[in-house]
Design a protein around this ligand. Sequence first.
Ligand SMILES: [Zn+2]
Ligand SMILES: [Zn+2]
Length: 246
Amino acid sequence: MLKWFMADLHIHTCLSPCGDLQMTPQKIIKQALERKLDVIAICDHNSGKNLNPIIKLGSQNGLSIIPGMEICSSEEVHVLGLFNLIESALEMQNIVYENLNGENDPDIFGMQVIGNESDEVEGFENKLLIGAVDLTLEEIVNHIHQLDGIVIASHIDRESYSVIGQLGFIPDSVKFDGLEVSASLPKEKLDQLKVEFSNYQLIQNSDAHFLNDIGKCTTQFFIKEPTFEEIKKAFKKINGRKISIN
Ligand SMILES: [Zn+2]
Ligand SMILES: [Zn+2]
């Protein structure tokens, strides 16, 4: 039987240099449960190094976690990759890391903290996670699809780091499964985008960098259970599955 589940599929952790240091594995899980979310996706910038502890804590606490990543293409377009398996997300991380240059300067960009299930600091990522990957948008999208992932264009209404902001349009060669609109988008503008991009599925997430923002904005999925496979089917509208934003 299908029912509605509440999802926030774009949450950063303390690994993202712009993510608050309070965005630790335990605290993210606690906040997501308090906000009555059924499923969340963890999407740090260009890395999946905090996925493991959060997925473990999620399964211990009955919260479905989708391993993801927000990748910055060479055109400086942000794109979300969502994966069924953590192994696939980490394979994507390997591809990204091979094409990501530079070292982080914590004083300028912020710390990149790798945590564990006990919310202890395991280490710091030295790669420049805020940087652009030396792969085109099309190459990134194709890699995610080869790993059976879902591809979402991040915050398309934003002027910077979005496919519309950077390129002005969605190239035919880039096959997004869905488009994300920002949490802060006024209803009027949202209605405009729904018309403009009526051939795409729109979703809305918090893009949380702070605990308080988790679940501030959600997407509802009419599916069997809050899993990656069901969400993937919802994007394809298989057997009555559907997606709703406010
Ligand atoms: Zn972004
Ligand atoms: Zn983000």
